[in-house]
Design a protein around this ligand. Structure first.
Ligand SMILES: Nc1ncnc2c1ncn2[C@@H]1O[C@H](COP(=O)(O)OP(=O)(O)OP(=O)(O)O)[C@@H](O)[C@H]1O
Ligand SMILES: C[C@@](O)(CCOP(=O)(O)OP(=O)(O)O)CC(=O)O
Length: 448
């Protein structure tokens, strides 16, 4: 019989980069070839939820007393760690990204237990980890970012390592652990606007996330995710970016000046809440990143025809707005990760217009605004009254129904949350692990 000694549950948000990370100089430590910057999205909408429990198995109890928190006991426990992702048990293995993150956190707890005899001994116990994403996994919606952030936040809360749980590790220090799960995950440890400082040190000690501005600084920033395909992508980011590092000459200019200069400009646009400048930098960086993918040999194509139509539409909207003058500036910005799905950023007041346009040119997109961010659904038809006067309605044709499959409307959000921590599982909805140390309530999760 297994039973829970201590449990913690945390949720973490997705982040979508506006200056993209693409390329590693160290693939094991996950050290990037350039800095990057992202917006954290609201985890009330898209999130990974992870429970971690230190578990006593009867045989461990006897062994735990004598072996205490020795390295041998920790290694024995590690071989019994288990993880369930979206209801399916996954192999953690003895090496790889999950193993690295878990080992780093367990070692940090062992250190605390070694230094302070009064601290409860749990580092020698196996971990049971249960996680769920409320949106499609591995579909270009940044599940690895929220997933590894939630994993690190829940284990560090279980081990009382983070400052929120009375521990000594800052959020930036923990972002170094999340980074080794998936590079972009380090940025999901903060809310608002977050930079990943690539760093110089060979051991990765200065490669971490830093908050540029809190969510409250620019709450008005909304995001519309246009799901064009939620199929598993053709070239995974990890493999794609290394092919770029090996073959693309264009990546070198991205590393040496395109990104450093853009990081400065976009940081100042965020500080000043200057949407026009933010939009221009975001779109140019997305285009520069996809040009670098095209410059890779063999080339990598992440955008499809529908993605390109979205680009043309947003460009025309912004052009006509700019022409209208009166300091109107950009209405929306597009950005694309390693897949065809568009993420559009826009100030709240522009969201109804942007949604109407997308729904007009890409009919039948599934959109029921489950998060109720709008007082009413924008109408389907195009109303000239809302459009800049010189907007060219024939800029793109109306696509066939379902070209954009779904629209998800969300906004800038906060950083990871601890939902509960204690010595036993509760029978409310907080934890995903029951008293028997096995997954519960998987069927109760509300999916987006
Ligand atoms: N909740 C989670 N807990 C732990 N690991 C997770 C979780 N969610 C996703 N992952 C890990 O991330 C992998 C998916 O990452 P991948 O980069 O392929 O897709 P993605 O993050 O959705 O897309 P992208 O990074 O291009 O936006 C999963 O196979 C799993 O290993
Ligand atoms: C295009 C991107 O989304 C690439 C994300 O790459 P990952 O963080 O998924 O890669 P690994 O570090 O190999 O896990 C850009 C970004 O998020 O900055």
């Amino acid at each position: 019989m297994a039973r829970i000694k201590r449990i913690a549950t945390a949720s973490a948000p997705v982040n979508i980069a506006v200056v993209k990370y693409w390329g590693k100089k160290d693939t094991k430590l996950i050290l990037p070839t350039n800095d990057s910057l992202s917006v954290t999205l609201d985890q009330d909408h898209l999130r990974s939820l992870t429970s971690s429990a230190a578990v006593e198995v009867e045989e461990e109890e006897e062994q735990g007393e004598s072996a205490s928190a020795s390295a041998a006991a920790a290694a024995a426990a590690a071989s019994k760690d288990r993880l369930w992702l979206n209801g399916v048990e996954e192999e953690i293995g003895s090496e790889g990204r999950l193993r690295t993150c878990i080992d780093e956190l367990r070692n940090a707890r062992r250190k605390v237990e070694g230094e302070d005899g009064g601290v409860e001994k749990i580092a020698h116990l196996p971990l049971h980890i249960v996680s769920e994403n409320n949106f499609p996994t591995a579909a270009g919606l940044a599940s690895s970012a929220s997933g590894f952030a939630a994993l690190v936040w829940s284990i560090s809360s279980l081990y009382q390592l983070n400052s929120d749980s009375g521990g000594h590790l800052s959020t930036s220090a923990l972002s170094r652990v999340a980074r080794q799960g998936s590079g972009s995950a380090c940025r999901s440890l903060f809310g608002g606007f977050v930079a990943w400082q690539g760093g110089e040190a060979k051991d990765g000690s200065d490669s971490l996330a830093l908050q540029v501005a809190e969510r409250e600084h620019w709450k008005d920033l909304h995001a519309i995710i246009c799901v064009i395909s939620d199929a598993k992508k053709g070239t995974p980011s990890t493999a794609g970016m290394q092919r770029t590092v090996q073959t693309s000459a264009a990546l070198q200019s991205r590393i040496s000046h395109v990104v450093p200069e853009r990081m400065q400009r976009i940081t100042s646009a965020i500080k000043q809440r200057d949407f026009d400048a933010f939009a221009k930098e975001t779109m140019r960086d997305s285009n520069n990143f996809h040009a670098t993918c095209l410059d890779t040999s063999p080339p990598i194509f992440y955008l499809n025809d529908t993605s390109r139509l979205v680009i043309q539409l947003v460009e025309e909207l912004n052009r006509s707005s700019e022409q209208a003058g009166a300091g109107a500036g950009a209405i929306a910005a597009y950005t694309f990760d390693a897949g065809p799905n568009a993420v559009l950023y826009a100030p709240e007041k522009n969201v109804p217009l942007v949604l109407s346009l997308i729904r007009h040119y890409f009919p039948n997109a599934d959109f029921d605004d489950p998060f109720k961010l709008l007082p009413s659904l924008p109408r389907d038809g195009l109303s000239s009254a809302d459009l800049p006067s010189t907007f060219n309605k024939s800029v793109i044709p109306v696509s066939e129904a379902g070209a954009v499959r779904r629209l998800i409307h969300t906004r800038v959000g906060d950083g990871p949350r601890i939902l509960g921590a204690g010595s036993s599982s509760t029978d409310d909805d907080t934890h995903l692990i029951g008293q028997d140390a096995l997954p519960i309530r998987l069927q109760r999760v509300k999916r987006v």
